[in-house]
Design a protein around this ligand. Structure first.
Ligand code: NAP
Length: 250
């Protein structure tokens, strides 16, 4: 049994992770920690992997504290830029932490990660590509980080294949063509009833390919979280790793 602690356990994601850990046959809950509780309770003596879903302002300190205590961490909280990742990488390189692993994923939904991967593979074969991301209206950023990643991946694949600009005769500055990310148009829909959805459209004369990912609720992230927990607990990974694709053997 893999002993899993959950940090941010009363939150929307944290409580879903608690249920997933309790439901899985090979994991058991070792500790739950929320705002105001002492994270030092989580130690290698009682926990194999801590899962951290809190708030961007607390996440780095939580992860550094867990690493300092000798604990492996799977992190889902957003806001992990290069500076934050570099701090964790640097601590993990110290001799006393060389056997530990921290894994950070901006998106634990396998469908979304695969959609990104397949889009990068398809991009070189099509004249046109556009992205439509659709989310619940309470999401504060637009376009979504996932859609931005997809756009960058498509742009890189097009550059690597020597493709030029996409055809677009609109000559419109009216704002109806979405945000242009490295030449890729990204459209954001915010609609009550939706959760997290992305469509990546590719076009050639006479044909179209649509890659679509639908995450209907928070359960969509749990298969990815448990996969990360199992991989980190296996001891095969040390140091800092990012992105669920690390474990998907793509
Ligand atoms: P949430 O419902 O607000 O939950 C956050 C929880 O963390 C709350 O219970 C909060 O307690 C607690 N918390 C705050 N500061 C803490 C600290 N210093 N130590 C321990 N616990 C602390 O948010 P959520 O919807 O679960 O989302 C959590 C994070 O996951 C966000 O950054 C979100 O963007 C991200 N997310 C990532 C993915 C992914 O696939 N990677 C998917 C969905 C969401 P209080 O309310 O008492 O402050």
């Amino acid at each position: 049994m893999i002993a899993v602690a959950v940090v941010g356990a009363k939150g929307r994601m944290g409580s879903t992770v608690v249920d997933a850990v309790n439901d899985a046959e090979d994991t058991r809950l070792s500790h739950t920690i929320d705002h105001g509780q002492d994270i030092a309770q989580i130690t290698p003596g009682n926990t194999d992997v801590a899962v951290e879903f809190t708030v961007p302002s607390a996440s780095l300190d939580n992860v550094l504290a867990l690493v300092d205590q000798g604990v492996n961490v799977v992190v889902g909280t957003t806001g992990w830029d290069e500076d934050r990742l570099a701090k964790v990488r640097e601590v993990l390189e110290r001799p006393e932490h060389r056997n530990q692993c921290v894994f950070v994923a901006p998106n634990f939904a396998i469908s979304a990660v695969l959609a990104d991967h397949f889009a990068a593979q398809a991009a070189r074969y099509f004249e046109s590509a556009e992205i439509i991301e659709m989310h619940h209206p309470d999401k504060i950023d637009a376009p979504s980080g996932t859609a931005l990643n997809t756009a960058h991946a498509i742009a890189k694949a097009r550059r690597d294949a020597g493709l030029g600009a996409m055809p677009d005769g609109t000559r419109s500055d009216a704002g109806s063509r979405g945000q242009v990310v490295e030449g890729v148009h990204v459209h954001a829909v915010r609609l009550r009833g939706l959760n997290a959805h992305e469509e990546i459209l590719f076009g050639n004369p006479g044909e179209q390919l649509v890659i679509r990912s639908d995450c209907f609720d928070r359960g969509s992230f749990m298969q990815g979280v448990l996969l990360a927990v199992r991989q980190v607990a296996s001891g095969r990974y040390t140091g800092l790793h990012t992105g669920l694709e690390t474990f998907l053997q793509l």
